[in-house]
Ligand binder design. Structure first.
Ligand code: 5GP
Ligand code: ZN
Length: 113
């Protein structure tokens, strides 16, 4: 298995999980860009947003709603947080297994760089 996130989910590579269920996990980012930086990752390998099908609509909804729940648990729901999905090279995607960045705990600029 060559995918880093599949290997972390399988327990072959260590990771710190904030949440796990049968469909997705929430992993602390190893290189946090803010006081809260977690990754909401489906267990099933999907390389990019371009590979989503209509059957994945529920899964993507769960990812977004889980991000909001973790944001509340981590105390940033009211102050604010970002939920970011990068798709392919120019957007900065480096791990080709879809993941939602949950970022919060500091003010953020717009537009992003
Ligand atoms: P992308 O650039 O693909 O949108 O995001 C990949 C994210 O995965 C980056 O924020 C990066 O810090 C994180 N990351 C890369 N390698 C590891 C790792 O081994 N463990 C964890 N927990 N996060 C990682
Ligand atoms: Zn994978």
């Amino acid at each position: 298995m060559s995918c880093l996130f599949c290997r972390i989910i399988a327990g072959e590579v260590p990771g710190t999980f904030l949440y796990q269920d049968d469909r997705l996990v929430v992993l602390q980012d190893v290189n946090p860009q803010a006081p809260l930086h977690a990754l909401v990752i489906p267990r099933r390998h999907i390389a990019t947003l371009n590979d989503l099908g209509p059957e994945d609509d529920g899964l993507v909804g769960e990812m977004v709603r889980r991000a909001a729940i973790v944001a509340r648990e981590q105390g940033v729901a009211e102050s604010g947080f970002r939920a970011v999905l990068n798709c392919n090279r120019e957007a900065g995607q480096t791990v080709f297994h879809i993941h939602l960045h949950l970022i919060g705990g500091r003010p953020m600029a717009w537009p992003p760089g």
